[in-house]
Design a protein around this ligand. Structure first.
Ligand SMILES: [Zn+2]
Length: 319
């Protein structure tokens, strides 16, 4: 068990914006603190010199939360879990609700270790394969207008999110990779202002960046599906909810998918991923033997499954 110093009480702490990554909140603290070095801010925040990487998507260093905010502020560990991390998506692998991290409902004292959240997270391959900080240019413009500053959102950092589910514009990529996040604050407001949106090539576990141009509709729906999963999957009951939905949507979905044969060819060529094998399987008993198979899907595979089984993510979740 790592021993932490108790950091001193911070003079202020920025209120997290909707969908903002914890890393982004810490970046905004760094800017406002006026500290001359990243090191000084990290020591102030954590009491020890530690990496910032995991704060991009995971509930990291929340043991320090008590020295960041007042208990009365309403910002407790549960709030950060829900609003400022992608942790709820780990229920794709582990159907235990994340409330297990808060014994006796005390959200001020999370009890988890790094392996509790890193392992299921990696299993789902949730981080975008470009491994860069990403953003929606239209969202950034809205944030500037509403809050006077842009911030890093969680959604664009996830595998399968190639289009903004709100603006239906392509997600842009910055030059800042995950290693650049280790001990450095890169505030979105500064980075985005000095960045020309770029859309470089990359290869995911199953799709290329060119697919996102060929099939905008599919990828917009995938973005919507992932957004919905992040907001609701945990309260739906995790992976089991999805498996039941797949079972329910199969009949309609299979017809929809069959009508997309051309897209399927272009998208997967000769090496179809597991879900395409399943969808094209002529076996009359598609669910019984494959039931557990779905639990091996990555986040982006689930998103595509949802988009392929229904004409829209909204239909899938509401029907
Ligand atoms: Zn947007």
């Amino acid at each position: 068990m790592r021993a932490y110093n108790n950091p001193n009480r911070l003079p202020f702490f920025p209120t997290p914006y909707p969908g903002e990554s914890l890393y982004s909140v810490l970046c905004r603290y760094h800017v406002r603190s006026g500290n001359a070095t990243n090191r000084k801010t990290i020591l102030q925040l954590f009491g020890v010199f530690g990496s910032l990487c995991s704060t991009l998507l995971l509930p990291s260093m929340l043991n320090c939360l008590k020295s960041w905010v007042d208990a009365e502020s309403g910002i407790n560990a549960e709030y950060i879990f829900r609003n400022n991390t992608a942790y709820s998506l780990c229920t794709l692998r582990n159907y235990h609700d994340y409330y297990r991290f808060f014994p006796n409902g005390d959200f001020s004292v999370p009890t988890f270790s790094k392996k509790d959240y890193c392992w299921p997270f990696r299993q789902c391959l949730i981080r975008h394969p470009s491994n860069k900080l990403r953003y929606c240019p239209a969202c950034a413009a809205v944030q500037k207008k509403l809050y006077g500053e842009a911030y890093w959102q969680i959604l664009p950092q996830l595998d399968g999110v190639e289009y903004c589910p709100i603006h239906q514009t392509r997600i842009a990529t910055t030059a800042i990779g995950s290693r650049d996040l280790l001990y450095t604050f890169h505030p979105a407001d500064i980075v985005i202002d000095s960045t020309t949106p770029s859309y470089p090539d990359y290869k995911s576990t199953w799709y290329h960046s060119s697919h996102t141009v060929l099939f905008p509709e599919l990828f917009v729906n995938m973005g919507k599906a992932i957004s919905h999963l992040r907001d609701h999957l945990s309260s739906y009951g995790g992976i089991w909810f999805l498996l039941n939905k797949y079972r329910y949507s199969y009949e309609i979905g299979n017809r929809f998918w069959q009508s997309k044969e051309n897209e399927r060819e272009k998208l997967f060529g000769n090496s179809p991923p597991s879900l395409v094998c399943w969808l094209t399987n002529k076996n009359n008993d598609p669910f019984e033997r494959k039931y557990l198979y779905f639990s091996d899907f990555t986040l982006s595979e689930h998103a595509m499954m949802i988009s392929m089984l229904s004409s829209s993510a909204k239909t899938f979740f509401t029907e």
